[in-house]
Design a binder for this molecule. Structure first.
Ligand code: FAD
Ligand code: NAP
Length: 533
């Protein structure tokens, strides 16, 4: 893996980011015979799994699915040890992929892409990095949906005497919380995975909760070799079956609506899904994200579980979410709610008494002050647009992407954005991305982009750009689909609501199978909705 002092050269394609998306994009484009350079700001590959090293970090889609399928040999030979692999194991997997497919020689680490400007005369991108400038016919943003850390700007933070950590930028050497008074801000997926682990070490843990999350037990365990053999005997069939499900994952969707059955039957189904564990709880009935009354039945089931697990009724009530279940991403945990039974853990409700300031020795909410030795920010990400918009991207006539997206992202299929020719996004806003198992979604995008580039090259064509009309229609469609659901009903990061000042627009597209069909149709119709030249 090269770390050059100067990035220079003219490439067929530049890929920004070396996570699941960037690595596979590189592989696929090289197979087409293209010269490719990947730039990655991190000092290692892996993206999400390079940065998020907090205690307890692991996937919440089962590893047998949260992995590449493009190589049958790879999926047959890699041994996952647990149902949900840990961050170190997923990172090892990605390191293995980089070696197995000889990817490192085209990846430049510790190199941030600062700007990308389209040159109309040559139909090429001029790309400026921290280490120099390159040019490329195609520019692919594999910058990640959840890679730009969200750090709330609490006054006084610079005067805090102790250490601060963000879950998405965790120190490589790890953190020893032994004997410390620790504050965790946030109660999303990252907090829910790390809180039980931090509580085991800390002298005292204060959890600052603004909105409680629904969490389903993971029931993580070593993988049963018999089950693995069974999947491997027809891995392609398993993948195909999952690709036909709404989230592109092995969550069997019930054909029944929640209110079609009686309360006993509903309770049996929820109990079975709770015992199986994981995100499949959401598909217990086919209308949970469509009908508020149906959703309430599932939400109340989880609230009852919280009341049964957490001994102090007041703490249980504070932990019990009120918003639509699944409207913020469902969490998957190991011992999260039970952690609040520990004598060294205090839940602090900051919903009506927000954190006002960080003090040299702790923090202050509107109601009280807390003495802390260190603070963990589990405050999430500027999701879906943050990393792309951090780059100064300019398309035709010098238009800035930041200006174009000032009122919210606009894309055609989440793959391209009008006025920015030869720029592709992997899992961009307007694609299933974070509402799907992301690895198959990434593979689908990479393959679509590679096929598109191959198609252009076969015809000696140099330029492809989404038409404004196709983009407008797609944006309308994405919003229409979202508005049929309960997703827009709460302040989630899907809507950008977690970042102050961010436009409130529902960003992902719901429905992996119809989306894939649409992408295939567009390609089959010679890239309908794109101008080609
Ligand atoms: P990333 O892995 O985010 O990689 C993007 C890379 O681009 C980063 O390394 C970043 O440093 C780099 N980059 C960004 N901007 C620049 C720039 N200007 N110059 C150079 N480099 C740049 N999804 C699931 O489906 N299932 C899960 O179980 C799951 N678990 C998750 C757990 C955590 C803790 C988090 C944060 C996310 C999880 N996700 C999960 C979502 C996860 O982000 C995706 O599954 C996937 O890893 C994304 O891969 P990617 O390559 O698209 O992006
Ligand atoms: P998140 O879901 O956005 O959670 C951030 C938390 O910080 C929320 O509880 C939020 O409260 C809180 N917060 C933000 N700003 C705050 C402020 N100013 N004051 C008080 N609280 C504040 O982020 P995340 O937990 O990192 O997860 C992001 C996504 O990454 C997940 O939804 C998931 O897609 C993925 N992920 C997956 C896993 C996994 O299990 N595999 C693990 C981690 C992450 P509000 O809700 O009130 O905004």
């Amino acid at each position: 893996m090269s770390r050059q002092t100067q990035s220079t050269g003219d490439f067929d394609a530049v890929v920004v980011g070396a996570g699941f998306a960037g690595l596979y994009m590189l592989h696929r484009l090289r197979e087409l015979g293209l010269s490719v350079r990947v730039f990655e700001v991190g000092s290692g590959i892996g993206g999400t799994w390079f940065w998020n090293r907090y205690p307890g970090a692991r996937c919440d889609i089962e590893s047998l699915e949260y992995s590449y399928q493009f190589s049958e040999e790879l999926q047959q030979e890699w041994e996952w040890s647990e149902r949900y692999a840990t961050q170190p194991e997923i990172l090892r997997y990605l390191e293995h992929v980089a070696d197995r497919f000889d990817l490192r020689r085209d990846i430049e680490l510790e190199t941030r892409v600062l700007s990308a400007h389209f040159d109309e005369a040559t139909a090429r991108w001029a790309i400026e990095t921290e280490r120099g400038s390159v040019s490329a016919r195609f520019c692919v943003l594999a910058t990640g949906c959840l890679s730009s850390a969200n750090m709330p700007r609490f006054p006084g933070i610079e005067r805090f005497a102790g250490a601060t950590y963000h879950t998405g930028r965790w120190p490589h050497e790890g953190v020893d919380f032994t004997g410390q008074r620790v504050g965790v801000i946030g109660t999303g997926s990252s907090a829910i995975q790390s809180i039980p682990m931090i509580a085991e070490q800390a002298a005292h843990l204060f959890v600052f909760q603004r909105t409680p999350s629904y969490s389903i037990p993971a029931h993580n365990a070593p993988l049963d070799p018999g089950y693995v053999r069974q999947i491997r005997s027809d891995y392609a069939g398993f993948r195909k079956q999952n690709s036909q499900r709404p989230f592109g994952a092995n969550f069997p969707v019930s054909e029944r609506a929640a209110l079609e059955v009686d309360a006993d039957e509903r309770a049996r189904e929820y109990e079975a899904r709770w015992r199986r564990g994981g995100l499949g709880f959401m598909t217990a009935f086919n209308d949970l994200i469509l009908d508020r009354a149906a959703n309430d039945t599932a939400a109340e089931f989880v609230r009852d579980k919280i009341r049964a697990i957490v001994r102090d009724p007041a703490v249980a009530e504070t932990l019990a979410p009120k918003q639509v279940l699944g409207c913020k991403r469902l969490c998957v945990d190991t011992g999260y709610y039970a952690t609040f039974n520990r004598p060294n853990v205090t839940l602090v409700d900051v919903s009506d008494a927000p954190i006002e300031a960080i003090l040299p020795g702790g923090l202050r909410t509107r109601r009280a002050a807390y003495e802390l030795d260190c603070i963990v920010f589990a405050t999430g990400f500027d999701a879906m647009t943050g990393a792309a918009l951090a780059i100064d991207i300019r398309g035709t006539s010098g238009q800035a992407l930041r200006e174009k997206w000032a009122e919210g992202p606009r894309t055609y299929l989440g793959l391209g954005t009008a006025g920015f020719p030869n720029l592709f996004l992997i899992t961009g806003p307007g694609s299933p991305s974070v509402l799907s198992n992301m690895v198959p979604s990434i593979e689908q995008h990479v393959e679509w982009i590679a096929d598109c580039i191959a198609w252009l090259r076969e015809r000696g064509l140099e330029r492809i750009d989404a038409t404004p009309a196709a983009e407008d229609a797609w944006v309308v469609h994405v919003n229409e689909v979202a508005s049929l659901t309960l997703y827009p009903s709460c302040n989630s990061w899907y809507l950008g609501a977690n970042v102050p000042g961010k436009p409130r627009v529902f960003m992902p597209y719901l429905g992996f199978p119809p989306y894939v069909e649409k992408c295939n149709e567009v390609a089959a119709r010679d890239y309908e909705g794109f101008t080609i030249g």
